[in-house]
Write a protein that binds this ligand. Sequence first.
Ligand code: SF4
Length: 218
Amino acid sequence: MRSPYSSTCSISETFVSLQGEGAWAGWPCYFIRLSGCNLRCTYCDTRYAYTGREEKDITGLIEEWRQSRIDLIEVTGGEPLFQPGTLTLLRALLDEGAKVLLETNGSLPLSDVPREVIKIVDRKTPGSGMEKFWLEENLRWLNQGDQLKFVITDQEDYEWAREEVLRLCLWRYTEVLFSPVWKSLAPSDLAGWIVADRLPVRFQIQLHKVLWGDKRGI
Ligand code: SF4
């Protein structure tokens, strides 16, 4: 029987893949990519999601997800919180028994995101061109189990991010991830700097791109 969710969301794509990032990397995952974003990062790899694709009702989205037979689901974008229907979608997915990840760019308030949602929050760096849009008050909505992610473009960006981690003692809020921009910064360089500085952050690489390259729907 269909559940009565009347809200809609503008969807760029849905697909099944391996989760490529963070604590859930390597697990099969169902992705819902919402369209629209309030930022324009220099290295954005999902520009195709800036404009709307298809308006879908949440009931239909849930039915599509159920057919995937995968419990882990990531709501991503674009910027998911740029749409008013996203909070309803997150709540509905939780109510339907999904383990829900939310990937968000850190510029929009997290205050209304259900606590059970695992949040992967960007801390945009100068290399993204978008660092001034960071909402520092969002730190108070992070829980252990969430993640704060710095995507690093070069050494200058790394040094800025390192100082930000130390200035705010970010590891006290949640796990901090440092990830190199794909094909821009050598992963081994970033890993070496983290080790040399004994920085309390977790290196990560985009596993899906290592496996399949920089393609859509993976
Ligand atoms: S926040 Fe994400 S989707 Fe938006 S421009 Fe930056 S990288 Fe692209």
